[in-house]
Every structure is written in C-alpha cells, then in structure tokens.
Design a protein around this ligand. Sequence first.
Ligand code: ADP
Length: 312
Amino acid sequence: MKTIKIFAPATVANLSCGFDVLGCCLDTIGDEMVISITDQQGVRITKIDGADLPMETHKNVAGVAVEALLVALGKTEIGVDIEIYKKIKAGSGIGSSAASSAGAVWAVNHLLGNPCTPQELVAFAMVGEKLASGNAHADNVAPALLGGFTLVRSYTPLDVLKLHTPQDLVMTVIHPQIEVKTSDSRSVIKQNVSLKQAITQWGNLGGLVTGLFTEDYELIGRSLEDVIIEPLRSILIPEFQQVKEAALSTGALGCGISGSGPSIYALSKGLETAEKVSNAIRDVYQKTGLDFDIHVSKINAEGVKIMNYPEA
Ligand code: ADP
C-alpha cells in the first residue's frame, strides 16, 4: 500500500475583477487528507473528520474527481482510500469543495508517479466542482493545484495560466458564519452586462495581472474593483460595506467578496498591515453579534503540499 498525507489549501476565487477566472491559494488554512493506493478495486471515502459530508464516493467531490482521473489514465483496476480531515467549512466561500477535489487528484497522481501535470489535473478536479455547485468552475481548483495566483484564460478549451506572486502580499479573510446558498448568490447575478461595465472590468483585470507580474502593489490595489458582481451580491453579506471601508482605511490594497461569499477577503502589502486589517474587520463584526472566523495568510505559491508519508 502506498500512502501520502497532504495539505489541501483553501483558496480565494474571483478577486473582484476576475469572476470565474481568477483565484489565489492560501497558506495557513486548508484541509488535511490521507490518500492510499490499495489493491482493492474502487475509490472509497474511508473517513471524514470535522464536517458532516457524504461518505458515498459518487456524492463526495474527492470521490468523483479521483474516479474521473482513474478513467482518463485507464487505471480503474486499482483501489484508492481517501481520508478527509476538514478544516475549511463547506459553503464558506474559500474553496472547501475545491480543496478536497484538488487535494485528492493531486495525491493520487503523485502516488502513481505523476503521469499528469498540475495543469492537466485541473480538469479532473473540476468534476468535483460540478458536483458541488452544478458548475464546473476552475477558479478555486486551479490555484489549489498550481499555487499562487491563477487565471483561467479559457474554459473551452481549458487553458489555465499561473501568474506571478509578489512576495509581500498577505490575505485577510473573514468568514461570517451565516449560510448564503450558492443558488441565491448565483440568482442575484445578471446574465448580461453593459459595454461600459465590461470595459471597466477587463481594464481592471489586465491591470491586476500586470500589477502581479511587475510587483506594483499600487496598481494591484487600484485594479481590485468589481463593478459587475459585487454590487449585486454584497447585499447578501451583513456589514459588507462597513468591512470594506474598515479594511481600505486601515491600508488594505483591496477588499471584496471571496468566491460566492459569505467570506470577504482583503489583500494587503505586508503582514503588519494584514494584521491591522484583521483587527479593524473584527471590530466591525463584533458589533453584529454574528459568529465569525478571521484568517491571515501569506499567499501559498506551491499549492497542495506533502505533509509526510505515514507509511512509506
Ligand atoms: P465553498 O463555498 O467553500 O467553496 P462549496 O459551496 O464549493 O464550498 O462546496 C460545498 C458543497 O460541496 C456542499 O454542498 C457539500 O456538501 C459538497 N461537498 C461534497 N463533498 C465535499 C467535500 N469533500 N468537501 C466539501 N464539500 C463537499
């Protein structure tokens, strides 16, 4: 039996101007998974700790993603056992399902001698996202697999690019513990945008990508703007505007909705500013009486990481 223990990272998708195409990978928040190759044919979820999620392979994102990988590799005769130690709450908007599907395919691919590149694994992890949300989006699984910031340049054909990660960027994320149904956060979005909005949005997206590659923090900050999705979705998140104002006035480069919410992200230059932003956001939320978690994390430029080999 070959076994591996991995860290499956949380991710922040959209990043304001990059709805469904941009994402980045976090370092201090993520699940742990233990994945084993066995000679007992079939993919099994053998343990889930920390969350009430389906144990049936076909209902668990990790299960369906690994099955898709094994079919593509012509390896359906082997067995895979998956243990999931959940630290990322499902429905939080920081890629809970993506961590499981990306982590599982990464680990199985590694145990099989890396027949696929991380880029090639994105398509299999997307099978898990399709199960979780009905939409095979890649903006969480791509940064989980490739690390750093990623851009889905095209979905058909799939073309995922890894961008540059400036060293000093630090993310602050607040997760208000309220339920925002993905169906609700999708239903408030309009299917058509005006040309004026589109011009602003793609200008910002180009600016953000340029800012990342040139490590121009000011440019990154002024590009983190969303004129299409945020005005509609933010009404589902309590105190969104107050949090954003607190983050920006404390020095954050930008602030917006993480994925489909309810988490809110703020990107800062340097750990000190990110901690100040964390305190300012905490002050806003403490007054609401709602439960919440706050995380401060550097950007994880690697993606999924090996923790150790429990049994060689
Ligand atoms: P997030 O908003 O944090 O990205 P998602 O909404 O993408 O979380 O995923 C949560 C949904 O996926 C839930 O309906 C959950 O039951 C389902 N799901 C199935 N398997 C898993 C898994 N292994 N980890 C997390 N969620 C899973």
